[in-house]
Design a protein around this ligand. Structure first.
Ligand code: MG
Length: 355
């Protein structure tokens, strides 16, 4: 089994501003795993605030290449259960490196699905089921630009509006001046004093906001629990809940969790997080970073399990090097075909050159 990794910079259609900073591109590493004449694809998408870089991912992947299934024929016989010990071993190589680990996880799942001629959701025992509409992200911007972005997103029935600055009310007023669509708010850890947050969440609920994601910095569980007592709408943990091991603490503070492949090391652990959420009584969002259709296609395999879908990452970039993920009236379609159901665009058809 061989692993090939190459850097690829995701170009964002619009500068993307969150409470944590602004950027025009996202570093990414694309991975191919090949054995028995079959290739699986994966990706590590690494927004700078998550701490991984192209160099750290390439270094990790070089080490991970030595831990791939020594006998790919075993995977052919045993199916998905053959991957779990391999992924556990790769997880133990080094702490962190969540996106790099996800790239290997996705590529292995895709490879196995292609080898067996089955979509990953079927291998995972997840019924195909329709996927709910995704929210579409509106980054932090001025009043006019916010209204423009909302108009551009006319196809999408739900908006996810980034807040967490001084102008939160003005942003929501700008959105509400042009649309009555349901809005979800992501504060990206940007809120400070908790009494102020309680007043804001009350006001947001009155503006037809459905939920608030990550109001405070990740370690402020006690303040989040305090706010939950007072909030008329659900609070969803994102930066506070990266992996399965974070979920028990999250259940004491949040109503729901945002599960993302790039945070939790991939499809295997994400699937376990959905089961754990059910056990803990946590509601679930399936989210993403700015990613190619590879990461989105992989996440979609789990989409029938989620109550809220936030899988617009591939729509925010201008140089998606994969096809296979489509949206109809804001609803992502479960990709057709084996594995994660996406195909690399040929070199000539790419809109942008590689790094
Ligand atoms: Mg978030």
């Amino acid at each position: 089994m061989t692993l090939h990794a190459r850097p690829y910079t995701l170009q964002l259609k619009h500068p993307f501003t969150l409470a944590t900073g602004s950027r025009r591109s996202t570093p990414c590493v694309l991975v191919e795993i090949n054995a028995l004449g079959v290739t699986g694809v994966g990706e590590a998408s690494m927004p700078p605030y998550c701490g991984e870089t192209i160099d750290s991912a390439l270094a990790f992947l070089e080490r991970a290449a030595h831990h791939l299934p020594p006998d790919p024929e075993t995977a052919l016989r045993e199916g998905l259960s053959a991957l779990a010990p391999i992924l556990a071993e790769i997880d133990r190589i080094a702490p962190g490196n969540h996106a790099a680990k996800a790239a290997v996880d996705i590529a292995l799942h895709d490879w196995l699905g292609r080898l067996l001629g089955a979509p990953c959701h079927a291998l995972l025992g997840i019924p195909r089921g329709p996927v709910l509409p995704t929210s579409f992200t509106i980054g932090i911007a001025g009043r006019e630009e916010t209204a423009e972005r909302v108009a551009e997103a006319a196809e999408f029935p739900i908006l996810k509006v980034k807040l967490g600055g001084r102008d939160d009310c003005a942003i929501i007023e700008a959105v509400r001046s042009v649309t009555e669509r349901p809005v979800r708010v992501d504060a990206n850890q940007g809120w400070g004093e908790r009494e102020e947050a309680a007043r804001l969440v009350e006001w947001l609920a009155g503006q037809g906001v459905e939920l608030v994601e990550q109001p405070f910095s990740p370690e402020r569980f006690a303040d989040t629990a305090w706010l939950r007592e007072r909030s008329p709408i659900p609070l969803v943990g994102d930066e506070s809940v990266r992996r399965l091991s974070d979920m028990a603490a999250a259940a004491d503070a949040f109503d729901g969790v945002n599960i993302k492949l790039m945070k939790c090391t991939g499809m295997h652990e994400a699937h376990r997080m959905f089961r754990e959420a059910q056990r803990l009584g946590l509601r679930t969002m399936l989210g993403c970073m700015t990613e190619t259709s590879c990461g989105i296609g992989a996440a979609l395999q789990l989409a029938p399990l989620a109550e809220w879908i936030d899988l617009d990452g591939s729509l925010l970039i201008s140089n998606d090097p994969f096809t296979g993920v489509t949206f109809v009236n804001g609803r992502p379609m479960m990709p057709e075909g084996p594995g994660i159901g996406v195909s690399p665009l040929s070199q000539e058809r790419r809109q942008q050159p590689d790094l």
